[in-house]
Design a protein around this ligand. Sequence first.
Ligand code: ADP
Ligand code: 5GP
Length: 220
Amino acid sequence: MTRKLREDGPIVLAGPTGVGKTTVARALAADPDRFVFSVSATTRRPRLGERDGDDYEFVSRDEFERMVNADELAEWARVHDHLYGTPRRNLTGRDGRCVLLDIDVQGAAQVRRNVPSAVGIFLLPPSLEALLARLSGRGTEPRDEVARRLRVARDELARVPEFDHVLVNDDLDATVEAVRGIARGAGGGAGSMRGGSEEAESLRRGIDTLLTRDFDILPG
Ligand code: ADP
Ligand code: 5GP
């Protein structure tokens, strides 16, 4: 839903794990004059190919707690048993570039409270099948983890109405273009959707069915 146009605040990309937040954010950050990706701190271990300081700042539990106590994080949350947070310094001194946050819905709510100029975008998958394919296609998560992430996704989808814009991440280029439009203050254009609650509810019902009756079709 388009409730406000972008001012100078960060753009918060949220949505279920596997929906494509990182891919969209990275595609935008390929234009470094206009966009900058906020590298989060996390206590999770690096996946194959991930680099410290590039994908995440990989820190120990003690170091994360130190950052929280020193008020160095603009928001933080426990997601899938690990801690993730946005260093405050990521939000300042960006030379007029738009900061992109790829964070979960709890973090998005904190940013909305603390940074009034932030614009929230919720990404939806085009279908439950697409979400499953993207989750498992990454090939890094075992079956139990996929099921656990789907349960989290079900709860996250209930919070779609809290967001300023909802985009269906079907065609990647169209999604990237829609976020660019929002960053320009021009709204989401063709890719943007009003509300999105019905689509989110339908996905929630699909996840319920999958988790209770069709569990066998989960990868693993
Ligand atoms: P997230 O950051 O939301 O967890 P990722 O960006 O890691 O999701 O994407 C998960 C998978 O989905 C990746 O394999 C990525 O290449 C794929 N993906 C992302 N966007 C699209 C899209 N629009 N169409 C098809 N596949 C996509
Ligand atoms: P992953 O472990 O798959 O990279 O990310 C898991 C989830 O944590 C994703 O939903 C991602 O958006 C979220 N996440 C990543 N960084 C942050 C952060 O700094 N803060 C919060 N609240 N969530 C984050």
